[in-house]
Write a protein that binds this ligand. Sequence first.
Ligand SMILES: Nc1nc2c(ncn2[C@@H]2O[C@H](COP(=O)(O)OP(=O)(O)OP(=O)(O)O)[C@@H](O)[C@H]2O)c(=O)[nH]1
Length: 205
Amino acid sequence: MNELKLAVLGSKGTGKSALTVRYLTQRFIGEYASDAESIYSKRLCLDGRQMHLEMYDPCSQPLKGKPPFGDELQWADGLVVVYDISDRSSFTYAKALMYRIRDPHLGTCKRDTESVVALVGNKQDLCHMREVGREEGQQMASDHNCQFYELSAAEHYQEVVAMFTAVIRSIITANAKLKEKRRPSGSKSMAKLINNMFGKRRKSV
Ligand SMILES: Nc1nc2c(ncn2[C@@H]2O[C@H](COP(=O)(O)OP(=O)(O)OP(=O)(O)O)[C@@H](O)[C@H]2O)c(=O)[nH]1
């Protein structure tokens, strides 16, 4: 069974728990405990494949001094970075996180700069209070080579599912590519082994 790990990051109150719970249970509850970090587990079947998904929803921490989330970035196969379109400071926070995620010198990503990352502008239902333009989100996503979504955990259940499903599919593709990259040395040694066996056989005939 495929094991997938997804971390949902972003500043306080952006809707990380709301998005996670909405995806896992279909429900939008409204208020979520914010003083505890949670790891949710779910078995799911996607494109005929069984998988075990773990989703990490941390307590928010301020980005002061040493940037947080090193462990989460190491742990996760994919990251969803959330900001609130009605809160500019959450977008600034997301930008700082994105630099940290994509900085190869920090060496914090599980894989490398190709890690699967999605940027999500949440609370689209509050667009009358919008402080971050859609095109700003798109630009940041394109600058950091990641997927972009604008949606509302409160009102867009189908979009939330589509977003997480696309992220999970990208992780599966990235994992398969990584396996393929690692293959040559393995298949070379297998070819050597087969050659040796047939070589020996030919000698004995
Ligand atoms: N209007 C609106 N409110 C939302 C939406 N998503 C979340 N909220 C509200 O935003 C507040 C914060 O949501 P949470 O899911 O607790 O946010 P969080 O990022 O997990 O917050 P911390 O755990 O404190 O870091 C709650 O009052 C939610 O009801 C949304 O799509 N639209």
